[in-house]
Design a protein around this ligand. Sequence first.
Ligand code: GDP
Ligand code: MG
Length: 181
Amino acid sequence: GDSYDEECDYLFKAVMIGDSAVGKSNLLSRFARDEFRLDSKPTIGVEFAYRNIRVGDKLIKAQIWDTAGQERYAYRFRAITSSYYRGALGALLVYDITRRATFENTKKWLRELREFCSSCMAIVLVGNKSDLTHSREVNEEEGKILAETEGLYFMETSAMQNLNVEDAFLQMINQIHQTTI
Ligand code: GDP
Ligand code: MG
């Protein structure tokens, strides 16, 4: 079950990163609560959501942090950045397949991850908004190649249509489970 206070065997932290408006908050709300919002409501303050996942006979509670609408690196303080990443074991690095700049910027996000999150061992590169086929600016192949080069997992998702959302999170969670337990 997904109840908040169910007894769990393991608790771990993961983070959502990527440019503004790529769909991070909607991916998380889809995964945690099966909700989607058409209007963009920027995340204010650090938010997080929980979901319990059963892997084998263990119950894992994933605590997933979402950015505070402070996606623009230049505006953030290092102290905030490091507390955001502290102790995280996984990350979903999200771009928007309809905005090439968000894909190019994943390299900056990776640099930040590697600087601030030495514990992040499971990183999934996520090309979101796969439902918007007519405005696509990044091919699926490009995402795959980047992921291979950087040693990441890769998936295209649609938070709106609920495509691959569960898979993207579970890939990260399974990987953390395999490497830590
Ligand atoms: P964040 O700033 O990265 O947290 O992005 P949001 O989750 O707030 O989403 C930004 C905008 O993109 C909102 O208007 C969402 O409704 C929209 N959006 C998010 N995911 C998808 C998706 O998979 N498909 C489409 N078409 N729109 C999406
Ligand atoms: Mg958000």
